[in-house]
Design a protein around this ligand. Structure first.
Ligand code: UD1
Length: 419
């Protein structure tokens, strides 16, 4: 298993290109199942998660060509409506093929998902919503068996709490359903609006994506389209925090600060200047030592749970005491003991972590536990005195494109150690 060797203490200067958003790419890729014509996706990041979904789509009969960051997908015929355990278990987003397969073919058998080890993460909302749209759903031997021989029907779906995946899943199914679907308490993440732009370009009738109420008027068929995936807001926030932890000044090319929601003002509160510039964002550390802040993760436009771990790394060296409350996932502080190995002072009580900033972290061997947690260890290592070895880099490869190249180009001492 590859590791990253990082010698900390060097400020970052230069330009980092921000990749297309992983969490958007995965959903628009699933949309390719809905049409027999070609879907061209631009700005798709080269990531292990994207490759994994591609393998699954290929297995369903989707022909693909991936050149540079342009991915062409064509599902002329669906070769299989079964998504096997081996291809679904490693990544939860694969589960979102269920809706499109059901909508197009009237049946699907999809393994229950896996993904990051950050809590139970059930799919009950997904299944209930598809059931409300007329699908017969049975669970057996770790698989979901779904059937809608007469097609899906539009329905009023009111989610008891916000779920990004379930909102997207309903959109991916309802576009080909008969009649109108209305989603209440829909997630408002930028990736939802991006998916709607893509589906509408294919001929879907979606209104209100990006607000809490989404209306979808089903159509008989969808066509091909070309869609450009929006920039990755989590990558953007993570590199901004790297500047906060190490000092220096970065231009994040292609980044859009408005996609960070409340995360943007938190970055500014810590003492960073985050300023739109031509074609991106400039990030500069304006204080000697970042200031402590209190954070509560929330659905968009609140502070993203996917930035919580990185904020913890930044605040580990801030001046003062910060409180971080995680409200989305029940087991998402696994990075705290790893950061403590580098000298961070963090105590966790249930869903709240208290971080007492120390002037300097010390390099140490640490273990990545999930995707975003891994990035928090990289940020801490970049700031720490001496060498750190971040183990289990495969987590990072799932979600951060060319991480070590991007950082090394800006002055970081970072190297991949192959095993
Ligand atoms: C997506 C993102 C993930 C991000 C999360 C929250 C992708 C590929 N992943 O994950 O990076 O951290 O949004 O912004 O886009 N829940 C249920 N039942 C369900 C569905 C969800 O109880 O049927 C719970 C989850 O366990 C979690 C909460 O709802 O506690 C929110 O999860 P959700 O928004 O669905 O996250 P994902 O779509 O899995």
């Amino acid at each position: 298993m590859d590791k990253l060797a990082i010698i900390g203490g060097r400020p970052l200067y230069g330009v980092i290109p921000i990749s297309g958003a992983k969490n958007s790419a995965l959903k628009v890729m699933a949309a390719s199942l809905l049409s027999d014509q070609e879907l061209t996706l631009e700005n798709v990041p080269r990531l292990a998660d994207v490759d994994m979904l591609l393998r699954l789509l290929n297995q369903h009969g989707v022909a693909s060509v991936f050149e540079n960051s342009t991915l062409r997908l064509r599902a002329k015929d669906i070769a299989s409506t079964e998504a096997p355990y081996d291809l679904v278990r490693k990544m939860r987003a694969s589960f979102n093929v269920l809706g499109p397969l059901l909508a197009r073919e009237g049946k699907a058998k999809v393994s229950l998902p896996g993904g990051c080890a950050i809590g139970a993460r059930p799919v009950d909302l997904h299944l209930k919503a598809l059931g409300a749209m007329g699908a017969d759903i049975e669970l057996d031997e770790g698989y979901v068996f779904a059937a809608a021989p007469d097609g899906l029907k539009g329905a009023d779906i009111s989610f008891p709490f916000v779920s990004v995946g379930a909102t997207e899943h309903v959109m991916l199914a309802a576009v080909l359903a008969e009649g109108r679907t209305v989603i209440s308490n829909a997630a408002r993440e930028p990736e939802i609006a991006d998916l709607a732009v893509c589906l509408n370009a294919m001929g879907a009738g979606i209104a209100g994506a990006g607000t809490s109420t989404i209306t979808i008027d089903g159509v008989k068929s969808l066509s091909g389209a070309t869609h450009r995936v929006l920039p990755d807001r989590i990558e953007t926030g993570a590199y901004a925090m790297a500047v906060g932890a190490t000092g220096g000044e970065l231009t994040l090319k292609g980044a859009d600060g408005s996609l960070l929601g409340a995360g943007l003002s938190v970055l500014e509160e810590t003492g960073l200047l985050v300023e739109p510039v031509d074609g991106g964002l400039k990030v500069k550390k304006q204080v000697d030592r970042c200031r402590a802040v209190d954070i509560v993760t929330q659905p968009f436009p609140g502070v993203a749970t996917d930035l919580q771990a990185q904020f913890m790394a930044l605040l580990a060296t801030a001046d003062g005491v910060s409180r971080i409350k995680e409200t989305i996932f029940e087991n998402r502080f696994m990075h705290a003991p790893e950061l403590a190995r580098m000298g961070a002072q963090i105590s966790v009580d249930g869903q709240t972590a208290t971080v007492r900033g120390v002037p300097r972290l010390k390099g140490a061997p640490v273990m990545a536990t999930d995707l975003r947690a891994s990035m928090s260890l990289v940020i801490a290592a970049l700031a720490a005195e001496g060498q750190s070895m971040v183990n289990r880099v495969y987590h990072l490869d799932r979600g951060f494109e060319r991480l070590e190249d991007k950082l090394a180009d800006c002055g970081a001492l970072i190297e991949r150690v192959k095993d």
